[in-house]
Design a protein. Structure first.
Length: 273
């Protein structure tokens, strides 16, 4: 019998079950870790929990060789619309060409015995990591941020980092938890739900144009290949009582999804409105 103490939708009685994706506690842990690395201060909680802890999680993963990954970034108008292969696991394993593979930032693998296999994709949920300040935009800084977030989630005995993708302020998209596994980012609503996190606290900061362009591109790509309707592209706060993804990112998500917005227009062109 498998045990899933870390996956919030699996064990409703564990403390972690109150933390869909990431708690203030884990954010504080991450904040402490990041603070030790880059002298950050003012770290705020992520994804809506109010539990506190004094424990500090150390970053233990060795950094993989870091050579700046320069994905091609054509305009959103050139995004391909591959035929949906909804049920094929091959499609879940296929990484969008502009996304940096997770092997570029971690040697760790998903604890498969703690994770559930992915269900057919039917929704996409947007988060922020709620950590201030935002990373610098330097490649190495984003790598450290990803490692810190993952270590925070592993400290809850989760299978891996909870989100499937992360986007940094420079507009890089990073693979996080493999899409073949169900994520851990919205309590009780993780099956078939792609989790995308924007690095930064968007209750305070404003998302960069580069990050927003990549977010729009990644959402459009995943909507297209998995046939996700626009109405199923949500923010965390639309699904649960949390401030995530912060008011400034929420505003931009509202803008791109309303009629005439970039995402709404893309959805209409794909018959996914
Ligand atoms: Zn969230």
């Amino acid at each position: 019998m498998r045990d899933h103490p870390h996956e919030p939708n699996k064990n409703p009685n564990t403390p972690e079950s109150n933390d869909p994706g990431m708690s203030r506690r884990s954010a504080l842990r991450i904040g402490a870790t990041l603070g030790s690395l880059v002298a950050m201060s003012g770290v705020l909680g992520a994804c809506g929990s109010s539990t506190r802890t004094k424990s500090v999680n150390r970053i233990g993963d060795p950094l993989p060789p870091v050579a700046d990954f320069k994905p091609s970034l054509p305009s959103s108008g050139s995004i391909q619309s591959p035929a949906p292969i909804q049920t094929a696991s091959a499609s879940l394993r296929e990484l969008p060409s502009f996304v940096i593979p997770r092997t570029r930032w971690t040697t760790g693998t998903t604890r498969a015995w703690l994770a559930d296999a992915q269900s057919p994709i039917r929704r996409i949920t947007i988060h922020h990591d709620a950590i201030s300040p935002s990373p610098s935009g330097r490649y190495d800084d984003s790598v450290r941020r990803l490692i810190a977030i993952r270590n925070g989630h592993l400290s809850h005995k989760w299978a891996d980092i909870g989100y499937h993708y992360a986007i940094d302020p420079a507009g890089r998209a990073w693979q996080a938890r493999p899409l073949t596994y169900q994520g851990a980012h919205v309590k009780d609503q993780n099956p078939g739900n792609i989790g995308i996190v924007m690095m930064g606290n968007y209750e305070q900061a404003t998302p960069t144009p580069e990050a927003l362009e990549t977010l729009n591109r990644l959402i459009t790509h995943e909507m297209s290949r998995f046939r996700v309707a626009l109405s199923n592209v949500r923010t965390h706060r639309e699904l649960a009582p949390t401030a995530c993804p912060g008011r400034n990112l929420q505003l931009r998500m509202d803008q791109i999804r309303r009629p005439g917005g970039t995402l709404a227009s893309a959805a209409a062109s794909m018959n996914l409105a």
